[in-house]
Write a protein that binds this ligand. Structure first.
Ligand code: NOJ
Length: 751
């Protein structure tokens, strides 16, 4: 504990008679870091800016880095992708005991939707619209990860994504900036708490605009106006920054033709000066090296530009460690540039308490007691049930009765490795049960369950292998698989189809040019339909799926995304009616892939067609071959019960409706508020979500739901990028989803 004494002496000195606790703590931190930096060589300072990968987990092009040697030499500030108490302890000991100054390492990892207890993928979680549950999920993930030595999460991912072809839509919170901002704040709170032993530092990513890749192709070019950035894409990053996120990750893409990692306007002017944020910025995996490919110079140039722009840590490109000293000699960077970045990294370590105790997150007792606990698993199960979106339920087919003969068919029916979804590198699938196993338990002694895989994920074996990336699903004999499925279906009273994508068909580098259900699964569905039995379709996916044919032919469709380690049980909770579905879409679901990018909060055009228009209109903004509306709109999701909305009553700035449960179950409703600025100095979206409330109503019960329409909800960034409230009329809409046909409307006039 080289630092403990220095740390405690400073604390005692500053606590005596200092009025503002926060200020005194900051002063104490600054003094501590001043003293430490005074002892550091240039090489040691640059070493703090170096983040290198371990080989335990792969999330980028592999590298064989002599991590322990670097740590001992003081040439390493942080490690990513190391899982396992023993290895982490060894690396930390190397830095603390062997390096000259004993500065501890940050241990970072993609803790995206859980550690070993896996929560639903982030896109699914957003469909719960349950901020407390999302915060709790992040808190649990942090508790488990810190029990295993990890103190820095590459999460939350808050990129707005409008194009479902982009596989990483799975990792974000959908298409809405207001909801995305609230979720970003909840995630930061959940992960970081007050930086106690069970909290970790958040890393907000991918700053900025990564979700706007052209044509939905990952890592592709991004280009948009500043007005659009500020109004539609920046809000969640800003919200996370203001919630106190400790670090940010720059994105791979260009912003205004400059790679984000080397973009001074983005990293310094906006993030630090405008938003007053004071954490540290890491690059994404190898980003500095990619600047060369973007065409801005060699590694030395790319590294110097990045540092000067406001990047503090280099993830895996080895640009900082290998070129900054030379750039300093040549005057391409200054000592102040290096000092500033080094200070920010040291501050993060300080805030995490690593100077007080470098082994703070290496308590072997916690490893045994805090991971994959029954309470954590229950929270994940409860959360998962809230994320499923009931898209169709003709004739009240769902919930199913636990009786008779049920056939469970499809490539997801008994898949263990795909259940958690993308970005679950620390999952332990052997400890989770499959949907089939969960259904067997749920139906034991009550109904007969038969299960068959039925088909491969796709008829294209190459595609199935590419989509399997981390976990391959064996490619089976299609004719045999089908035969088995038809045999059990013929005997069944009801068929439950578990279909969709493999886990890694969404996520990083998993763009798709076609969003339909894969051929093999569609063919099987058609065959099963011919049997004339009731069919429930469960769709597993990390993105919106095109289901126009399914909507027309299958009586019940439940979108279950990827529900995490407890998905099997959670699906049973819903399909057998122990819980009532309440999830609502946070992405528009298209009728066909060609509609993408598709999002509800679009700008009006000069030649609009009305929402719900059911035929082609020449010289208007529409397609010859498909209507503009989504198949299922943003905010949409059915329940087993029904809700009635009264008209809006407007009292000053308070808009209220009375919502009544008119159906046969008690259940949750997500009541949504939208606003449209009728006339403004720039064109404004046709509607924008500005509030919601999740309410619980018993059968027949009514509740008044009130929304206070504050100035902030009406403001926007104008053509000069000033955040303004322009007086005039605002349409106020309240309803169960974003479609006009379901909304109640009124007008609020601001003088
Ligand atoms: C690349 C991904 O873009 C990013 O999200 C992730 O955090 C890093 N790799 C580290 O694994």
């Amino acid at each position: 504990m080289k630092f403990k004494l220095m740390y405690l002496m400073l604390a005692a000195l500053l606590m005596a008679g200092t009025p503002a606790m926060a200020d005194s703590q900051e002063e104490m931190m600054n003094q501590f870091i001043d003293q430490l930096m005074a002892k550091m060589t240039v090489e040691e300072k640059i070493g703090q800016l170096n983040l290198m990968p371990a080989q335990t987990i792969t999330t980028g092009a592999e590298k064989d880095s002599p991590l322990l040697k670097l740590a001992a030499e003081g040439k390493l500030g942080a490690i990513l992708n190391m899982k396992g108490y023993k290895d982490i302890l060894e690396a930390q000991e190397m830095a603390v005991k062997k390096s000259r100054l004993g500065i501890p390492l940050l241990m970072g990892l993609d803790v995206i939707h859980g550690y070993e207890t896996i929560f639903p993928i982030p896109l699914a979680q957003s469909c719960s619209w349950d901020l407390e549950a999302i915060e709790q999920g992040a808190r649990i993930a942090a508790k488990e990860a810190t029990a295993d030595g990890i103190c820095w999460a590459f999460s939350p991912m808050v990129d707005i994504a409008l194009d479902a072809r982009w596989g990483r839509i799975a990792e974000g919170n959908g298409e809405d900036p207001w909801l995305g901002s609230r979720i970003a704040e909840a995630m930061v709170r959940g992960l970081q708490g007050n930086f106690g032993k069970e909290n970790m530092m958040a890393c907000v990513k991918h700053y900025a605009l990564y979700g706007a890749a052209e044509a939905g192709r990952d890592y592709n070019t991004v280009d948009m106006s500043h007005v659009r950035m500020y109004n539609q894409f920046f809000p969640p990053y800003e919200a996370a920054a203001k919630a106190g996120a400790g670090s940010f990750m720059s994105s791979f893409n260009v912003v205004d033709c400059v790679p984000a990692t080397a973009n001074e306007w983005l990293l310094t002017d906006v993030l630090r000066k405008q938003w007053q944020w004071n954490g540290f910025v890491t690059t994404d995996y190898g980003s500095i090296g990619e600047i060369i490919k973007h065409g801005l110079g060699d590694l030395q140039q790319a590294s110097a530009m990045s540092l000067k722009a406001g990047t503090d840590m280099d993830m895996c490109a080895e640009g900082f460690i290998n070129t900054l000293a030379q750039s300093l000699k040549e005057g391409k960077v200054t000592m102040l540039d290096i000092d500033t970045a080094c200070r920010r990294v040291l501050e993060a370590k300080y805030k995490l308490g690593l100077f007080d105790d470098p082994y703070r997150f290496l308590d072997p007792r916690r490893r045994a007691s805090d991971i994959l606990t029954p309470a954590h698993r229950q929270a994940a199960r409860d959360m998962a049930a809230k994320t499923f979106v009931l898209l169709k339920n003709d004739g009240k087919l769902l919930p199913l009765k636990k009786q008779g003969k049920i056939a469970l068919i499809g490539p997801m029916a008994d898949s263990r490795i795909n259940l958690s979804g993308t970005w679950a590198p620390t999952a332990v699938p052997d400890k989770y049960i499959t949907l089939k196993e969960a259904m067997e338990q749920a139906l034991k002694g009550k109904a007969e369950l038969n299960c068959a895989q039925g088909c491969n994920f796709t008829n294209d074996q190459t595609l199935q292998i590419a989509g399997g990336f981390y976990h391959q699903t064996p490619f089976g004999d299609a004719a045999k698989l089908k035969q088995e499925a038809i045999a059990i279906a013929q005997e069944a009273d009801v068929i439950v189809c578990a279909m969709g994508e493999e886990a890694e068909m969404s996520g990083e580098c998993s763009s798709r040019a076609s969003l339909e259900i894969f051929d093999a699964q569609k063919e099987l569905l058609e065959e099963l339909l011919k049997l004339g039995k009731p069919i429930v379709l469960l769709i597993f996916a990390g993105r919106p799926t095109v289901m126009t044919w399914e909507q027309a032919h299958i009586p019940a469709i439940l979108n279950v995304w990827f529900g995490g380690s407890e998905a099997g049980d959670a699906i049973c909770d819903i399909i057998f009616g122990d819980k009532v579905p309440s999830g609502k879409l946070t992405v528009s679901m298209p009728q066909t892939t060609g509609q993408e990018p598709l999002y509800y909060n679009q700008l009006p055009t000069g030649r609009p067609v009305g929402e719900g228009m059911d035929s082609f209109a020449k010289f208007s903004s529409n397609y010859l071959d498909v209507r503009n509306d989504p198949l299922y709109p943003f905010g949409y999701g059915l329940s087993y019960t029904t809700f009635n909305y009264s008209d809006i009553s407007l009292n000053g700035r308070t808009a209220s409706v009375t919502v009544t449960n008119t159906g046969d179950y008690e259940g949750d409703e997500i009541v949504q508020l939208y606003i449209h600025d009728v006339a403004a100095s720039i064109s404004r979206p046709v509607k924008e979500l500005k509030g919601f409330q999740r309410i619980h109503l018993k059968k027949g019960e009514s509740q008044e739901v009130k929304f206070e329409i504050t100035d902030d909800l009406l403001k926007f960034y104008n053509a000069h990028l000033d955040y303004v409230l322009e007086p005039g009329d605002f349409e106020v809409m309240i309803g169960p989803d974003s479609s006009l046909k379901n909304m109640k409307k009124t007008v609020l006039t601001i003088k």
